[in-house]
Design a binder for this molecule. Structure first.
Ligand code: MN
Length: 492
């Protein structure tokens, strides 16, 4: 997985030669000071590096070319300390291939009553310098984020940090390979999609490997290697089964799948219970443990949700809430106590567990294979979102819905899988109605860590449609929004 802390975000400060060298020296010093301060903040996940003061067309163009070709640079943040005439930015910005953020800040916090004079005004022109910069961003239809606030303001820094995480998501997306072990589940529509379009738009390389190759790789895993893996399971989870053969077989599946993923430089995969030819068990704990390490997973051939799971995990590294592949299983319609129950046949990531998961072995009702070992646990309480990426034909739509996870209100002792229970906003019926209205899938990524702001930033960077369903969303407004979006995306 891409390491967040090794990624760089470049900070460039706009100015011009009009003010003389003394002013420019002060601007440079302050640019460095601001970068150092922000870089040290705990909400800043990447290296935030001051890269210089921009004074000419050539300087803008050079730094943007450098940013485009530097693999460590995930994005650019610009601020105009003084006035920086924007025509000199046009040629450079026209070449920009990295996420762009305009941080409209200013050096001083309050207007200094005694100190303010015409020299002060010449130096501290961000209030109008940033508007000139904003114009050229708007005029060029630049996909950019605008953040406003003093550079020591915690909420402004937090927004900047979230944008950086989205920028890392952009980089991860552009370099992502997804291995499909077998094809999609037969006849299912929402897990399909235009893989060529997705590669053009999002960068994902989505290709198939035959299940036979995986079976061959499983057969090559030694008992000793499996034993080491089972030790790892026992250290992280509580063993609650005597069927050790099933657990060892999962260990071999995990090792074999990870070998293929590593060999193919892939960070996400899909499989399906309909295509397990030659395998003894559907991967359960094998997929759960891979997800816990950061791999993306999609069941029933759902490569889009698998890829999104990895991207979300990469973006939210270091945050503690967890993210998982998820599926809406069934609803609880009790009046004033309404919930959705999320689970899957097996494959829920233990990063969202409320307590230490149990390793259990139970038969599966479908698939016709042996009883697989899996992790059973309850998801923890907390604010979260569910995410679905769908192919609308001609464009991709990212749907994000706000939910509130709770401790499951019943024990469900006979349900032998990991489970999560949540309240859908604004309420169960309207929330489901809105989700279905915009075409959201039954599979999702459930994340406690990626915020709607971060996901919207990512959608803007990827140039895809973004629909956010919140407590305030009304179905009537949503229907209008979707109709308008249909028109806008046709216009391109
Ligand atoms: Mn499913």
């Amino acid at each position: 997985m891409v390491n967040l802390k090794e990624q760089e975000v470049w900070f460039v400060v706009g100015s011009q030669l009009l003010y003389g060298s003394e002013v420019l020296e002060t601007v440079a010093k302050r640019g460095q000071e601001i970068a150092t301060y922000i870089n040290a903040n705990e909400n800043i996940p990447c290296k935030f590096i001051y890269k210089g003061t921009i004074k000419s067309n050539e300087e803008v163009t050079k730094i943007i070319k450098d940013a485009n070709f530097d693999d460590k640079c995930v994005g650019l943040v610009a601020w105009c300390h003084t006035f920086s005439p924007s025509k000199m930015w046009i040629n450079g910005l026209a070449l920009l291939q990295k996420p762009y953020c305009h941080f409209a800040t200013q050096y001083h916090h309050d207007i200094p009553n005694e100190e303010i004079d015409m020299d002060f005004m010449n130096l501290n022109q961000a209030a109008h310098g940033d508007r000139e910069h904003g114009f050229i961003g708007a005029r060029m239809r630049l996909h950019r984020k605008v953040i406003v606030g003093h550079w020591k303001d915690e909420s402004a820094i937090k927004s900047l940090g979230e944008w950086m995480r989205a920028a890392v998501g952009y980089k991860v997306s552009q370099n992502l390979s997804v291995v499909r072990f077998g094809d999609n589940m037969r006849e299912v529509a929402v897990t399909e999609g235009d893989k060529v379009e997705v590669q053009i738009k999002l960068g994902w390389q989505v290709n198939t490997w035959p299940v036979g190759e995986l079976v061959n790789e499983i057969s090559k895993v030694t008992d000793k290697e499996a034993e080491e893996k089972v030790k790892e399971y026992k250290a992280a989870y509580e063993l609650k089964t005597e069927d050790l053969h099933a657990v060892y077989y999962q260990a071999k599946e995990e090792i074999a799948m990870e070998r293929i993923l590593k060999r193919e430089h892939a960070d996400a995969y899909s499989n399906t219970f309909q295509d397990l030819w030659g395998m003894e068990e559907l991967p359960g704990i094998a997929s759960q443990n891979l997800m816990a390490k950061g791999y993306g997973y999609g069941a029933e051939g759902d490569w889009k949700t698998g890829a999104m799971t990895h991207i979300i995990k990469a973006m939210t590294q270091g945050l503690k809430g967890g993210s998982s592949f998820m599926e809406d299983y069934t609803y609880h319609y009790e009046k004033n106590n309404e919930y959705s129950l999320g689970a899957h046949m097996l494959e829920v990531c233990p990063s969202i567990a409320a307590a230490k998961p149990h390793i259990e072995v139970h038969p599966l009702g479908i698939g016709g294979k042996e009883a697989p070992a899996r992790l059973v646990f309850e998801g923890h309480a907390g604010e979260a979102v569910v995410i679905s990426l769908i192919d609308m034909g001609g464009r991709l739509r990212l749907i994000v819905q706000d939910v509130e996870c709770v401790k499951p209100i019943m024990e469900m002792p006979n349900l032998p899988v990991a489970r999560v229970m949540w309240k859908i906003k604004p309420n169960l019926r309207e929330g489901i109605r809105q989700w279905i209205t915009c075409g959201g899938a039954h599979h999702t990524v459930l994340t406690y860590d990626a915020t709607p702001e971060m996901l919207q930033d990512w959608a803007v960077m990827m140039d895809i449609e973004y629909v956010h369903l919140t407590e305030k969303t009304t179905t009537e407004e949503l229907i209008k929004e979707l109709r308008v979006n249909d028109l806008l995306w046709k216009l391109g």
